[in-house]
Design a protein around this ligand. Structure first.
Ligand code: SF4
Length: 220
């Protein structure tokens, strides 16, 4: 039996944010990074206040929107926190929902490569939040070395259709510049990625709100 997982939120009826069609966002607790402007600080908060669900319980809850999913080619987006630390949960969820729901994974890719490998057969779309690929900037911003992310980007580009990957490349106040961001995009294009979402973090609003302002989605 798959281990139950803690969730910081389950949000229904999202359109145009987490992939194609009408989507339910299921956000896991827990993340291995320590981003200075964390988009979801509750993922680092007390796990005791989270809802803990098995894949079966989550499926029973979200299937209420099955007609919307099927009519719009939508489905479930697993985010967080970091969803790929719960790769077994996601694989089991696919067994339950079948092949027709779109499963989107919104991830930093900062997980063991084995976790990434295990979800590739069940994923339809990836949204990858890279922060910045420059080693010093990544370390300063996330408090982790960039090497694991680079390994996983390479693995993803070689084993999953790159047209089904959107990579978020943020401008992060006090941490990177527009030139740094352009350099990151060039590295990503060298891997074969084609879709980029360039945006800027807003640091003038409270942490409980989103730091993100989307500005440009670019398909190279
Ligand atoms: S990857 Fe996302 S959830 Fe994790 S620390 Fe960074 S912003 Fe927060």
């Amino acid at each position: 039996m798959t281990t139950p997982a803690p969730f910081i939120g389950i949000m229904r009826h999202r359109i145009g944010i987490d992939g194609e069609g009408v989507t339910t966002l299921a956000a896991f607790h827990g993340c291995p990074l320590q981003c200075k402007y964390c988009l979801n600080p509750s993922c680092h908060g007390l796990v005791e206040v989270c809802r803990t669900l098995t894949p079966e319980q989550l499926y029973e809850e979200v299937r209420i929107d099955q007609l919307y999913f099927l009519a719009t080619h939508g489905g479930v987006c697993f985010g967080g926190g970091e969803p790929l630390i719960r790769s077994d949960f996601i694989v089991r969820f696919r067994e339950l929902c079948g092949p027709d729901w779109q499963l989107t994974l919104e991830t930093s890719l900062y997980v063991p490569t084995e976790n990434l490998k295990s979800v590739l057969p069940v994923a339809d779309y990836f949204i990858v939040d890279i922060k910045d690929l420059h080693p010093n900037i990544y370390q300063n911003y996330t408090e982790r070395p960039v090497d694991l992310l680079l390994d996983n980007l390479k693995y993803l580009s070689q084993n999953f259709p790159t047209q089904q990957v959107m990579i978020r490349v943020p401008l992060i106040p006090n941490y990177n510049t527009d030139d740094d961001r352009t350099w990151s995009v060039e590295q990503l294009m060298a891997y074969g990625f084609q879709n980029f979402d360039r945006f800027e973090y807003r640091t003038d609003i409270a942490p409980k709100d989103s730091y993100i302002v989307h500005s440009q989605k670019i398909k190279k």
